[in-house]
Design a protein around this ligand. Structure first.
Ligand SMILES: Cc1ncc(COP(=O)(O)O)c(C=O)c1O
Length: 349
C-alpha cells in the first residue's frame, strides 16, 4: 500500500517540497495550462467578501451543474455531478459501483492514479495493453469486469481511440464505462453525447487543464440521472466549497476564453511535435496538451530527463514498461517550449 508522498511521486513525478529552491523552473511535467484563467475568475477574488463564507455552500452546486448541463448539451442538471477535482469523482465512481474484490479494467498505459485508487478501494485492476499504435485490442472488449476506466484522449500517450471504438465498448461491455475526458478540449472530438445514448456511460471532465484551474479542484461527471442518483449518494455533503463553485461558474460562462487558450496550446503542440520529430524523436499525433516523445538513442531518455532537470526544465519520465524510452512533455508557452527545444538540441544534437 502506498501513502502520501509515494502517491504524489507516482502520479505527478515529484513531491513539491523536493524541488530545488530558488531555481527558476520551467514546469512541463504535470500538464497544467501555461495561460491564465478567464479574467472573470479574477473578478471573483477582486469582489470577494469573507461574509460569503459564513454559511455552508450549496451542497449540490446547482448553478454550476446548470451551466455545465447546458454547455454539454443536456436539458437538465440531473445529468451532472460536480466533484472536488476529477480525482474525487474517480474515487467516488469506484466506491459507488464497484465492490472490493471486483474487477476493474483499464488500458495500459493510462493515467497512473487509477491503479492507486483501485488499490485503496481493494478492487483488482486488470490492465489490457494497447496495441503498438495505442489503440484498443479485441482483448479489451472481451475482458469481463464491473467497470472500465478509459482515458480519451489517453494519458500519457496523447492518442485518442476513435469514437467508434468507444461506441463498441459501451455496447459490448457488460458494466459501467467511465470515459475520462480530462484533455478533451485539446482534441478534435468528444464522447459527451454518449451518456444520452448508452445507459452505462459516464463521461468525466476537469477544469484543471483547459480552464487553467488545477489549483481550484473542479471536476464534472455526466451520466444518466438514474446512475447519477446513486453516484451522488456517496459524495461528501459539502464536497464543493463556495469559492470553487463560483470560480467554476465564471470560467464556464467565459467558455470562449478557455477555447482561445486551448487553441493556442494546440498550435504550439503541433510546432513542438514537428521540431521533436526533426530532432529524431518519435512522437505520436497528440490530442492533448502534452506530447509523448519516444527516444531510442544516446543519451537515454532517462538521462535526457535528468539533464533537462539540471537546467531547471521539468518534464515527465516514467520508469514503467513501454514508457522507459520516452518523455512526456507538457506544452507550455512558446518561450518555454523554445527553451526546452534549445536544451534538447544541445543534449541530443
Ligand atoms: C487522465 C486524467 N484524469 C484525471 C485527472 C485529474 O483531474 P483533476 O485535476 O480534476 O483531479 C488528470 C490529471 O492529471 C488526468 O491526467
Amino acid at each position: 500500500m502506498k501513502y502520501g508522498r509515494d502517491i504524489l511521486k507516482d502520479v505527478h513525478g515529484y513531491v513539491p517540497g523536493e524541488q530545488p529552491r530558488g531555481q527558476r523552473l520551467i514546469k512541463l511535467n504535470t500538464n497544467e495550462n501555461p495561460y491564465p484563467p478567464s479574467p472573470r475568475v479574477a473578478e471573483v477574488f477582486e469582489k470577494f467578501d469573507p461574509e460569503w463564507l459564513r454559511k455552508y455552500p450549496d451542497p449540490v452546486s446547482t448553478q454550476l451543474r446548470e451551466i455545465c448541463a447546458a454547455r454539454y448539451g443536456y436539458d437538465s442538471p440531473d445529468w451532472v455531478l460536480i466533484g472536488n477535482g476529477m480525482d474525487e469523482l474517480l474515487a467516488l465512481v469506484l466506491r459507488t459501483f464497484v465492490d472490493p474484490g471486483d474487477r476493474v479494467i483499464a488500458t495500459y498505459p493510462t493515467y497512473s492514479l487509477y491503479e492507486i485508487l483501485c488499490q485503496l478501494h481493494g478492487c483488482a485492476l486488470t490492465y489490457v495493453d494497447l496495441d503498438e499504435d495505442y489503440q484498443l485490442t479485441e482483448e479489451f472488449y472481451n475482458t469481463p469486469a464491473r467497470l472500465c476506466l478509459l482515458t480519451r484522449p489517453n494519458a500519457p500517450t496523447g492518442v485518442a481511440v476513435p469514437r467508434e471504438a468507444v461506441e463498441r465498448l459501451c455496447t459490448e461491455f457488460d458494466g459501467i464505462v467511465v470515459i475520462d475526458e480530462a484533455y478533451v478540449d485539446f482534441a478534435d472530438d468528444s464522447c459527451m453525447d454518449f451518456p444520452q445514448r448508452f445507459d452505462n456511460a459516464i463521461v468525466m471532465r476537469t477544469f484543471s487543464k483547459s480552464f487553467s484551474l488545477a489549483g481550484m479542484r473542479i471536476g464534472t461527471a455526466v451520466a444518466n440521472p438514474d446512475i447519477m442518483a446513486e453516484f451522488a449518494k456517496t459524495k461528501d455533503s459539502y464536497n464543493m466549497d463556495a469559492i470553487s463553485q463560483l470560480v467554476g461558474l465564471m470560467a464556464m460562462d467565459d467558455y470562449a476564453h478557455m477555447e482561445m487558450n486551448a487553441g493556442a496550446v494546440c498550435v504550439t503542440r503541433e510546432r513542438v511535435r514537428q521540431e521533436l520529430i526533426t530532432l529524431g524523436f518519435d512522437v505520436p499525433d497528440s490530442q492533448t496538451n502534452f506530447v509523448l516523445a519516444h527516444w531510442n538513442g544516446t543519451p537515454t531518455a532517462k538521462e535526457i530527463f535528468q539533464q533537462l532537470r539540471e537546467r531547471g526544465i521539468l518534464v515527465r519520465y516514467f520508469d514503467h514498461r513501454r514508457l522507459e524510452n520516452a518523455l512526456r512533455i507538457t506544452i507550455g508557452t512558446d518561450d518555454e517550449c523554445n527553451e526546452l527545444l534549445t536544451a534538447l538540441r544541445e543534449i541530443v544534437g
